[in-house]
Ligand binder design. Sequence first.
Ligand code: 1GP
Length: 252
Amino acid sequence: MNNGKILTGIRKDKAENRRAHWVLLDPDDFTVEKACEIAKTAAECGVSALLVGGSLLQSNRIDVFVKSLRETVPLPVILFPGDATQLSKHASALLYLSLISGRNPVNLIGEHVKAAPVIRQYGLEPISTGYMLVESGAVTSVEFMSGTRPLPRSKPNIAAAHALAAQYLGMDMLYLEAGSGATMTVPPEMIEAVRECVDIPIIVGGGIRDEDTALEKLRAGADIIVTGNLLQRENGLERMRGIAGSVGGFMA
Ligand code: 1GP
């Protein structure tokens, strides 16, 4: 049972009907300096946490990246690891992601076994998260790297059955993922079907680049939305601000 500080905060937000916006910073996409600048803006505009990680990290600086972010802003920095190499003792917590939409044992338990002793040594808070990859129009990095098929986007009942299984297995959260830069986001009907059958917090990400799309996910039942790729697009910081404002002001 996880009674760590970060999950306790997430559960409290949910109990008090507050939604959250998390921002993903991939160390391959930004210099440490640029990431810290973005983090400062994120903290100012009401983003609740930073995620750090990626499907395939080419750079070897996750530790300095996380440490610098922690030293720059008061926000939690949560690892979002593509595999067991993406760990840092400076993080506030990590999403202990099990790719439950797939049937690849490496992503279901293999990387977790490799990471577990390091997580213990670092004293990190692992947040058990059922990670569900959703079909989004093109092959995503997660799909390719994991060698798994995403959930069909027109089958909300299949997604709901996976979500329920994750809750029955004792997982703390769910992450419905369309993939970074996705052209099609997770369908609201799928979020609704999952929300209807589980109580645990639901994270939704992949392809969210404007306020309307973010609000659509919240109305369907998401507790947390994640944005990343929009920061590399025109007016990225402004869009982040807009989404953070909308999420902060959301009333169910
Ligand atoms: C990716 O869900 C996250 O893992 C965020 O997606 O980069 O498309 O915002 P974007």
